[in-house]
Design a protein around this ligand. Structure first.
Ligand code: SF4
Length: 478
């Protein structure tokens, strides 16, 4: 049986105003995970519209489409196309789980929540000729999941083909996050067996890994065992955590020893009132500066995430937040306009208060204002958001933030990483066009590699990082 898995392009990914590199980072792991449940007699095809043109001339028996809020209309269009050709249509993902009534109109079967239990059950039912219209799984486990079908991933099209997820969900409950809506009705945070996670890591070539887990440090026991198991594997990796987990115990030191070199942190806001109103309790009263210092001392770069437009924000929030990030030496910043995703507590609150402006889902991309603001106009919010990105990534601010580190080599790493990520768009576009993104991986690994001191942390100690490898641009363009 021929089964096609599709990740349709997010609307913003096709906009001329947004950066192609942002959408060529990670392969669609979720779909490759589901493909692992097929039988050896099935034929699987995986297409990701962010990095390739879809082949719409084929005739699969089943089409499985992953739906996010800003690709929902494209997903429904693709569903219509294949339905007209006689295929059986399955839809799943965050948007389907949040709005099952909307999605079910476009599919024979929809999946709500995680699919590790329900997709194999569907396959079984389908083969018996009795597939259900909806699948929802209260059972949440990652035990005995088959190895992800990484053979279906076109590695050369991604900057970070070695992305990996070893947990599901998160222990926290922020009002604006999709997580609670997606995992409703079962466990909202669970992990793989440590041995399975280590085996998956072992199967990945090269050194670099990117953990896409919402909170890699969220389960103390699991993360401790994982990082201990990874020591000696000679990996460099990136992941995400909360401020709170960085300040607690010595887990972050263990992560650094295992190879953690850069971390995504949801600071979200510098206002305690905003933290309280968005139920981001885990950040309340936490010393952001202390967490940053700890990470910098361990040589871990920081990608800070910030949300603008929470009700305690006024027009000064943009400058305050950008200046703070630069002063603290945050390497990269991700800014968002507050977005009430359907299914979240935030959406319910705003809907009850009559603050939702429209339901045009492809504008729910965290770059547009889709709700009624309180302390500033929607125009101010949008302009402030755009200004923040421009300001944070001026050369002078990249330089200033680099100088916040104690050691010269860390300053250079910061400068290379932030400048390389944000300031060489034509080069990234050239590399993407020539399908050579994967060739940039050695450079990324080198920038992320550990700074070594002759005498660790001694004043005046000399540091060195591994030499930056030469990138073969000719190979990329050939
Ligand atoms: S900590 Fe992050 S992943 Fe967890 S609920 Fe909050 S926003 Fe979502």
């Amino acid at each position: 049986m021929k089964i096609k898995f599709i990740l349709p392009a997010l609307t913003e990914a096709k906009s001329p105003y947004w950066r192609p590199i942002k959408y060529s980072l990670f392969p669609p792991l979720g779909l490759a995970t589901l493909a692992a449940y097929l039988s050896p007699f099935d034929e699987a095809i995986l297409e990701d519209e962010h990095v390739e043109n879809l082949d719409l001339s084929d005739d699969p028996v089943i089409v499985v489409i992953q739906v996010y809020i800003t690709n929902a209309y494209r997903a429904y269009e693709l569903a219509r196309h294949y339905r007209n050709k006689g295929a059986y249509i399955c839809l799943g993902g965050l948007h389907v789980t949040a709005l099952p009534e909307e999605a079910s109109v476009h599919a024979h079967t929809i999946f709500m929540g995680p699919g590790e239990e329900t997709f194999p059950q569907f396959l079984n039912d389908y083969r018996k000729g009795a597939p259900q219209k909806r699948y929802f799984s209260p059972v949440r486990t990652l035990e005995k999941i088959p190895p992800i079908r990484r053979d279906l991933i076109k590695r050369h099209l991604y900057l970070v083909p070695n992305s990996i997820v070893v947990t599901r969900g998160c222990p926290h409950h922020c009002d604006f996050c999709y997580k609670d809506a997606f995992f409703e009705g079962g466990k909202t945070f669970y992990t793989q067996q440590v041995d399975d996670a280590l085996a998956e890591i072992d199967r990945l070539p090269g050194r670099h890994l990117y953990f896409l887990d919402d909170h890699l440090l969220g389960h103390q026991k699991f993360a401790t065992a994982l990082f201990e198991g990874m020591r000696g594997m000679d990996r460099v990796f990136q992941g995400a955590s909360t401020v709170d987990a960085i300040l607690r115990g010595n887990l972050i030191e263990k992560a650094a020893k295992a190879g953690l070199r850069s971390i995504f942190i949801g600071f979200e806001t510098l206002s305690p009132a905003n933290l309280r109103s968005s139920n981001k309790k885990q950040n309340l009263g936490k010393d952001y500066r202390k967490a940053i210092k700890r990470l910098h001392d361990l040589g871990i770069m920081i990608n800070g995430s910030f949300v603008f437009g929470l009700d305690d924000d006024d027009k000064d929030v943009f400058k305050r937040t950008v200046d703070w990030g630069v002063k603290q030496g945050i390497t990269t910043a991700t800014y968002h306009i507050l977005t009430p995703y359907p299914g979240t507590a935030l959406f319910k609150k705003m809907e009850a208060d009559g603050r939702i402006l429209h339901r045009q889902w492809d504008l729910y991309d965290t770059r547009q204002v889709v709700y009624r603001t309180i302390n500033m106009t929607p125009e101010d919010l949008k302009a402030g958001y755009d200004w923040s990105y421009e300001q944070f990534y001026t050369w002078s601010n990249i330089m200033k933030a680099s100088l916040a580190h104690d050691h010269g080599k860390h300053m250079i790493k910061h400068f290379a990483y932030a400048g390389g990520w944000k300031k060489f768009e034509p080069l990234w576009n050239f590399i993407i066009k020539n399908k050579g993104l994967n060739q940039m991986l050695p450079l990324l690994e080198s920038i992320l590699s550990k700074v070594r001191y002759k005498k660790p942390h001694a004043p005046g100690a000399q540091a060195s990082i591994e030499p930056i490898p030469k990138i073969n641009i000719e190979a990329i363009s050939s």
